[in-house]
Design a protein around this ligand. Structure first.
Ligand SMILES: [Zn+2]
Length: 277
């Protein structure tokens, strides 16, 4: 999956590390990210490269995380496109090569979006300050503390014996088959979210809910939590046309092929096809 970067190791411990020339820097401007683009191929720039074009950011960067011994930093300093540097939306990180830099870039972008939308206290509007020993933002006027924002999403493979329910979104850019999914609401258990989403999207009851795997998903600032559940009762669904354009039951040998194993959704679908779930 997208986050599986072995043999590289994602290291998330909070430190106040200073950048080395070979470390990486993401310059973020709202929801746009400044990358170096050589021969049409965007890459995350090194500190040395950023410092050459944008020396003003040197004193204004935030340590994010490391992958092996390479640290990643964030700058929210305003910078214009210069040299081979170009701005991109977050989706550029779906396809950076090598793939560990795609995961690193997306994770940096998730943190960048949180920092950029929490610069001022939501209660008293004073500027927020970075925590010295943990990843928080604190208001020095009223004491409000903000933690990095991660919205839980459930993905559920609804199974009726030898068949799995696959869906297509009505409006989203994603046109391939998916599974029933949705954001958790305040006050719900994950199981509550699953039962509500399955009922809302396809009008079915489920039972025997069991955990599969999870996936950090920066593109919706989420953690995706995958579950399998058995159909309970009537298998005739009613589609929520505002959310879905299609839903169908697929036997294992009828499931369409997909060339991507990056998403939790398709990891689950492939696991079902291979009789692993
Ligand atoms: Zn405040």
């Amino acid at each position: 999956m997208f986050q599986d970067i072995a043999p590289y190791q994602f290291k998330n411990e909070f430190t106040n590390r200073k950048p080395a020339e070979t470390d990486y820097v993401i310059i973020a401007n709202n929801d746009q990210f400044l990358l170096e683009c050589q021969l049409g191929v965007p890459t995350i720039p090194t500190y040395a490269s950023v410092n050459r074009f944008f020396p003003q950011i040197a004193d204004d960067i935030i340590y994010l995380f490391s992958i092996d011994d390479k640290a990643f930093f964030l700058s929210m300093h305003e910078a214009s496109e210069a040299g081979s540097f170009r701005y991109y939306g977050i989706d550029i990180f779906r396809c950076l090569e090598p793939s560990w830099t795609a995961f690193a870039g997306a994770t940096a972008a998730h943190l960048a979006l949180w920092y950029s939308t929490h610069q001022y206290c939501g209660r008293c509007m004073a500027p927020m300050k970075q925590g010295a020993s943990e990843r928080i933002l604190r208001c020095e006027v009223c004491g409000l503390i903000e933690y990095p924002q991660i919205s839980p999403v459930v993905i559920v493979g609804v199974i009726d014996g030898e068949r799995i329910l696959m869906t297509k979104y009505a409006n989203a850019g994603y046109k391939k088959y998916a599974l029933v999914a949705g954001f958790m609401e305040i006050g719900e258990t994950l199981e509550d979210t699953i039962r509500r989403e399955v009922m809302e999207e396809v009008g079915l009851h489920v039972r025997n809910i069991r955990y599969y795997k999870s996936q950090p998903w920066a593109f919706s600032q989420s953690v995706l939590v995958g579950f399998i559940a058995d159909l309970d009762g009537d298998k005739n669904f009613t589609l929520d046309k505002s959310e879905l354009s299609e839903a169908s039951w697929f036997a294992r040998d009828e499931i369409p092929r997909d060339d991507s194993t990056l998403s939790l959704t398709w990891d689950m679908i492939e696991a079902f096809r291979m009789h692993d779930i």
